[in-house]
Design a protein around this ligand. Structure first.
Ligand code: SAM
Length: 303
């Protein structure tokens, strides 16, 4: 007799797959824009601001020779930034077939309409797959270890179900008490530990649809930051940097090098008539984003 619980798990998994497919199809269908089309985008300054933030982060934390894993790498828009940081190896993974194809084209240096440039100096491996589903430890066994794992503008796609974030917490929720296991293993939680973190309503699967003009039209999931933080701690990592995009701009626009980079990228005008700048509405969108950096405990500081 089918177990209704299995049934609901099945449905949950199926719907998760359906949503992942929606996300993949959405990004796959986004064709490369010409330079003119890009400049005409209603969110061009926001795109430039986001590129500036990613460039600053990469300059702050990447080191020459680093092996980089880029989760949800998209069309490879960050390849140039990693190249400038002189990394030694790059692995990019993305669920959208079209995006990985574009990424490959860009890496190979053909038809890069944004800039004509020499080939990248680092070897790269590009993989099409769901980076929250595939066993990265197996798929990347020959590439590991990595010095940096980057995930830009995509963490919210990982939060659709508890299973994708932490199987143990999922099991704890399904358990009668604070204990679960089978004939070969068991796990028990302290009263206090479980009460505090997991007994409230589920922090996973809080779905919304995000529409961003000329960029995104997808289901996404809230990532309650305190839950994310506790998961990170369980994996022996610590949060070493957290800044909302507004804060990020205020802090790093005090540094001449980054002001110069911003000027080159053209995101924030300096008040000159011929230099346009972010609209109020784009600035409001920037406020939705959070940059953060995690470090494996015991690793040396990088900044
Ligand atoms: N990181 C790139 C960047 O900053 O330009 C792309 C960001 S784009 C907003 C989000 C990307 O996440 C898309 O390329 C999408 O295909 C990818 N994505 C979403 N869910 C994913 C998943 N489960 N596995 C791998 N990639 C995923």
């Amino acid at each position: 007799k089918p177990n209704p619980e299995d049934d609901s798990n099945f449905l949950e998994d199926e719907s998760t797959k359906i949503f992942a497919r929606k996300v993949a199809d959405h990004y796959s269908a986004r064709t490369n824009q010409t330079l003119e089309e890009r400049e005409a985008s209603p969110i061009i300054h926001l795109k430039k601001l986001n590129n500036w933030i990613k460039s600053v982060l990469i300059q702050l934390y990447a080191r020459r020779g680093d092996a980089v894993l880029d989760l949800a790498c998209g069309k490879g828009g960050d390849l140039i930034k990693w190249d400038k940081a002189k990394i030694g190896y790059y692995v990019g993974i993305d669920i959208a077939e079209g995006s990985i194809e574009d990424c490959r084209t860009r890496y190979n240096g053909d038809a890069d309409h944004h800039q004509r440039r020499k080939k990248f100096t680092f070897p790269a491996r590009l993989i099409c797959g769901d980076c929250y589903e595939v066993r990265l430890d197996k798929v990347l066994a020959d590439d590991a270890p990595f010095d940096i794992c980057s995930c830009q503008f995509a963490l919210h796609y990982s939060w659709s179900t508890e299973a994708h974030a932490n199987v143990i917490i999922k099991k704890l929720r399904e358990a009668e008490g604070l204990f679960f296991g089978n004939s070969v293993y068991w796990i028990r939680f302290d009263e206090e530990f479980s009460e505090k973190k997991f007994r409230s309503s589920s922090p996973f699967g809080i779905k919304y649809k995000f529409h961003l003009e000329d960029a995104v039209d997808c289901p996404e999931w809230i990532v309650p930051f305190h839950v994310f933080k506790s998961l990170v701690e369980e994996y022996d990592m610590e949060l070493v940097f957290v800044k909302n995009s507004h804060e990020f701009v205020h802090e790093y626009m005090k540094k001449p090098d980054y002001v110069e980079l911003m000027r080159r990228l053209g995101a924030l005008g300096d008040g000159n008539q011929d230099q346009s700048t972010l609209s109020q509405d784009e600035w409001e969108v920037a406020y939705l984003y959070l940059s953060f950096v995690l470090r494996k405990r015991g690793q040396p500081e990088r900044t």
